[in-house]
Design a protein around this ligand. Structure first.
Ligand code: N01
Length: 550
C-alpha cells in the first residue's frame, strides 16, 4: 500500500526525503529504514523501477548481463529471483524491481505520482523545503536525490515538431501497454543504444521504417539467449565471491574477461582471432579484448576497423553499409551499443536509412519529416534522441542552495561535486551516482549500492556525533572534478563528443562527468570514510583541518 505525503513542518520535519524510486531510491529507503531513520520516498511515476519504468520502447533490454545487473545486498533476493535471459528485457527488469519492492515492503514508504518541482535550503533551520506536484510541501532535514543519470529525456529543438499530425513518441517515455505499429509508416530519429535496440523490433511491425541517422554508432552483437539452469546455478552458488570480484577488482563493476595482452603487441592473426572470439561470444566483453584499446589511438583503430568490416559483411547495400560505419570518434569512447540484428535489419525491404550528414532535417511538417532534399510522410515519428544525462535530472529538481543559486548556475562551467556525492552550497543534499562518480561507466547497480552504503554510513556517523549538517566546499569539489578529468585524460574517452561530455545537449558545458574506475573509486571512498569523512564539513568544521591537526 503506497503512502500519502506525510504532514511535515519546519518544527516536525522528515528526517530524510528520498527523491526517486528507481534502484537507487529503493535501496536507500531499505537501508535507512533498517538503520532506524525516518524516511519517505517521492516518485513521479506510478511504480518503482525508475528508468526501467519509463523506457518501455520495443526491444528495451539491459546491456549488462542479468546475473550481474541486480542487487547484491540481500542474499535471499539474489537466490530467490531467477532471470530468464542472458540480457534481461525491460518488462523482466520491472518485474524484478516489483519483486524487490514487495519482498522488502518498500511501498508503504513511497509516495507515487509525486514530482518534486522545486525546493530551497533554509540556512537558519538546516532544513530543506521541497515543493511537490501534489501541492503539499515537504520539510526534511536531509535530501537524497536518487533521480538517475539517464532519466531526463532529450527532445531536440527541430522546427515544426508540434506541427506533425501523426503520433509523436520518445523512446524514454513510451506509452504503457505499448503502441501497435502494425502497417504504419514509422520514422526513427537517432541511432544511439535506444534506437539500435528498437529499430529491429519496429521493423518487424511497421509497413515502412525510415531511420534518420546523424552519427553512426559502433555496436556489437548481444548473442542473447535463454539462461540455462546450470548457468544460473553456477552464478548463485558463488555469488558472494563473484560480487566481491566485480566491485573490488573491475573498472566497470562488471565481471568481464580481462585482457592479458596489448593489441599493438600481438600478430595480426592473434588480433583477429581474439576479436572474432569475443564477437562470437557477444556483449560488451568485446571492449576488453586488449589492454590498450581505450588508451592508444592506433590500438583503438584496430578494433574500429574490425567492427566496420563486420558492418560491411552484414549490410548488403554497400552505400548503406558505408553510411552505417562510424568514423569520426574512437570506438568505446561513446558507450558501446549491444544489439540483436541491428545491422542486418537494413537488409529488409521495408527499412531505409537517411544519412542526415548528407541531407539534414530542415523541419518536421504536418505530414512527416522534411530533409534538405525531400519531404517524407509518416504515421508515427519516434524520437530516440537520448537524455540530458547525469546532471539533467538533478538540475530539473530546481533546488536552490545557501546562496540562492540553483544547480544550473552553480554548475554553469560544468558540474563539480565531491565524489559525485555532494556539491558546495547545498548542505545535507546527497546525490546517488552524481557527476564525478563511476555511475554510467559502471554496472550502475554496483555503483548505486556503494553510494547508498556510503551515504547511510555518513548519516550514521552524523547521528552518532550529534552533527546536524554536512557539506562540501568549492575547493574540495574543484579538486575532485580536476581529478576526475585527469583520470579521464589518461584514456581516449574525452576525445569523443559524447553524452559523457555533455556534448549531446546544446549549451551544456563540455566536461567529462563520470569517474573511470569502480575499483579505485571504492578504495578512495573507504579511505575517506575511515578518516572521519575527510573533505566533508560537519557542522561547519572541515574534516581536512581536523585530520591535519590530528
Ligand atoms: O541516446 P543517445 P540513447 N537530429 O544520446 C540523435 C543508455 N541506454 O537513448 O550522435 C538528429 O546515445 C543522436 O545523434 P548524434 C546507454 O547508456 C542503455 O540511444 O547527436 N538526430 C543519437 O544518434 C546509452 O548510451 C540501454 O549525432 C539527433 C541519438 O539521437 C544511453 O542510454 C539501452 C538529434 C541519441 O543517442 C543513451 O542512449 C538504451 C537531432 N536533432 C539506452 N538529436 C541499456 O541497455 C539527437 N539525435 C541499459
Amino acid at each position: 500500500m503506497a503512502r500519502d505525503i506525510r504532514q511535515t513542518s519546519q518544527d516536525a520535519p522528515l528526517e530524510v526525503a528520498v527523491i526517486g524510486a528507481g534502484f537507487a531510491g529503493m535501496y536507500m529507503l531499505h537501508k535507512l529504514r533498517g538503520l532506524g531513520f525516518d524516511v519517505q520516498v517521492f516518485e513521479a511515476g506510478a511504480e518503482v523501477g525508475g528508468t526501467w519504468y519509463w523506457n518501455r520502447y520495443p526491444g528495451a533490454r539491459c546491456d549488462v548481463e542479468s546475473m550481474q545487473y541486480s542487487y547484491s545486498f540481500d542474499d535471499g533476493i539474489q537466490q530467490d529471483w531467477t532471470w530468464s535471459e542472458r540480457f534481461a528485457t525491460q518488462p523482466e527488469i520491472l518485474r524484478y524491481a516489483r519483486f524487490v519492492a514487495d519482498r522488502l515492503d518498500l511501498r508503504r514508504d513511497i509516495c507515487f505520482g509525486v514530482r518534486i518541482t522545486s525546493g530551497r535550503f533554509d540556512n537558519q533551520r538546516n532544513l530543506w523545503v521541497l515543493d511537490t506536484s501534489a501541492g503539499r510541501p515537504i520539510h526534511a532535514r536531509k535530501v537524497v536525490a536518487a533521480v538517475g543519470c539517464l532519466s531526463s529525456s532529450n527532445m531536440p529543438d527541430i522546427a515544426g515538431t508540434a506541427d506533425f499530425a501523426g503520433s509523436t513518441l520518445h523512446t524514454a517515455s513510451w506509452p504503457e501497454g505499448g503502441v501497435d505499429l502494425t502497417g504504419k509508416r514509422v520514422a526513427v530519429i537517432g541511432t544511439g543504444s535506444s534506437a539500435i535496440q528498437a529499430i529491429p523490433e519496429i521493423a518487424k511491425q511497421a509497413a515502412q521504417l525510415t531511420v534518420f541517422q546523424r552519427t553512426p554508432n559502433f555496436s556489437v552483437p548481444a548473442r542473447n539467449q535463454p539462461l540455462g539452469p546450470e548457468t544460473v546455478h553456477w552464478w548463485k552458488s558463488q555469488y558472494p565471491a563473484l560480487r566481491r570480484k566485480a566491485r573490488e577488482t573491475m573498472r566497470s563493476g562488471t565481471i568481464y574477461d580481462l585482457p592479458s595482452r596489448a593489441a599493438l603487441e600481438v600478430s595480426p592473426e592473434d588480433l583477429r582471432a581474439e576479436f572474432e572470439a569475443r564477437w562470437a561470444k557477444g556483449g560488451a566483453n568485446f571492449a576488453y579484448a586488449f589492454s590498450d584499446l581505450i588508451l592508444d589511438e592506433r590500438a583503438n583503430a584496430l578494433a574500429a576497423d574490425f567492427v566496420r568490416d563486420k558492418i560491411r559483411e552484414t549490410v548488403a547495400d554497400p552505400a548503406t553499409a558505408e553510411a552505417l560505419c562510424p568514423r569520426d570518434y574512437p570506438i568505446f569512447c561513446k558507450r558501446i551499443c549491444v544489439d540483436t540484428d541491428y545491422f542486418a535489419t537494413y537488409n529488409r525491404p521495408n527499412v531505409q536509412l537517411v544519412d542526415l550528414r548528407k541531407t539534414p532535417i530542415s523541419r518536421i511538417t504536418a505530414r512527416g519529416v522534411q530533409t534538405s532534399d525531400q519531404e517524407r510522410a509518416f504515421d508515427v515519428i519516434v524520437y530516440a534522441t537520448g537524455f540530458d544525462a547525469i546532471t539533467g535530472s538533478l538540475i530539473r529538481l530546481n533546488l536552490t542552495g545557501t546562496d540562492g543559486r540553483g544547480l544550473a548556475e552553480a554548475w554553469a562551467e560544468g558540474p563539480k561535486a565531491y565524489l559525485g556525492l555532494m556539491t558546495a552550497g547545498f548542505p545535507n543534499l546527497f546525490m546517488v551516482t552524481g557527476p564525478g562518480s563511476p555511475s554510467v561507466l559502471s554496472n550502475v547497480i554496483v555503483s548505486i549500492e556503494q553510494h547508498v552504503e556510503f551515504i547511510a554510513g555518513l548519516l550514521e556517523h552524523m547521528r552518532a556525533n550529534g552533527n546536524s549538517r554536512v557539506e562540501t566546499d568549492a575547493q574540495t569539489d574543484h579538486d575532485w572534478a580536476m581529478h576526475v578529468i585527469a583520470v579521464a585524460k589518461t584514456t581516449l574517452y574525452p576525445t569523443a563528443a559524447s553524452w559523457y561530455m555533455g556534448a549531446n545537449i546544446p549549451g551544456k558545458p563540455r566536461v567529462f562527468m563520470p569517474y573511470i574506475g569502480v575499483d579505485d573509486y571504492r578504495k578512495r571512498c573507504a579511505a575517506i570514510a575511515a578518516a572521519g569523512y575527510r573533505g566533508f564539513r560537519l557542522d561547519g568544521v572541515d574534516r581536512a583541518d581536523l585530520s591535519a591537526t590530528g
